[in-house]
Design a protein around this ligand. Sequence first.
Ligand code: GLN
Length: 340
Amino acid sequence: MNRKTLSVICAAFLGVALLAGTVAAQTESEINAALQAAYAKYKDLQEGKNADYIPALAKVDSKIFGIALVTPGGKVYTAGDIKSEVSIQSICKVFTMAKVMEEQGAEAIIKTIGVDATGMRFNSIVAVEWSQKLLNAREINPLVNPGAIVAASMLKGANRDAIWKSLLGFYSDFAGRPLSVNQEVFKSESDTNQRNQAIGYLMYAYEWIKSEPMRATDIYTEACSVNVNAKDLAMMAGTLANGGKNPVTGKQVLKAENVPGLLAVMAIAGLYDDSGKWLYRTGLPGKSGVGGGIIAVSPGKFGIAVISPPLDDAGNSIRAQKAIADISNALGGNPYAVKK
Ligand code: GLN
């Protein structure tokens, strides 16, 4: 090879390397810009109010507003308050469902609970009656309270303590750090938990739960009380965006084969009875909690989370919905959109 050919080849390599570098750098700054823009746009938005049917949630600072995004490569982008913790609430249902899938396989969810949207509120009893009496089938899902309490009853372990430790460890593997329970929220919710207890007994009466319905309800309630910040939630979502492998710790938390089913149920039921509207606007599987968090997953691209406690009438954080939709749309996160 003569000198001229060699220098042409070197120049070509350099060009490609520079181009790749530019694209990567641009993407990073684009992501940062999208997060900062959404933060600035919605920081002063005064709409909605904290959940108050669980007394401790009414006391949480409504001004908390944190955004975090995690890529499959393990890069973490943040804006606003990513230190303040809130209780995970209904977002935990995704990870309890994931644990049941790990322990018993994906079919167990379909057979025992169902994977269909109820179209009703998250703690609807009518949804159970509808499935039980009119359809005579298992046609709810693990992301509404009745299905989540059934999922909690399916967890494996020698006793309550063993089941709980294993569940909290599983959540922590998703977050990439040891999570803990907000005892004030757990007590507050336990003291006012009569409706969920009624749901637990109903599911037992209809034999969706095989034994100890109050133990399942209590585990469900403790799971809802786990504290998280926006970065924890984004890491949990990022693990789902990365085929079940935590992008920072490298641990395969959930089998890759279980991820699509989990995301499918998030898509149909993650934002309660507004799941359709959310999917229409973003195309993203998501999950919200009455603590003010929302996670969303763009498979292979990113996991994102926003925390902001004020909720709309359906129980979804207002700022979180808006910020995630803006950021995802800016970054081409909608998996249904084909780029030409
Ligand atoms: N712990 C809450 C409940 O059971 C969770 C509800 C939610 O976040 N939607 O009511």
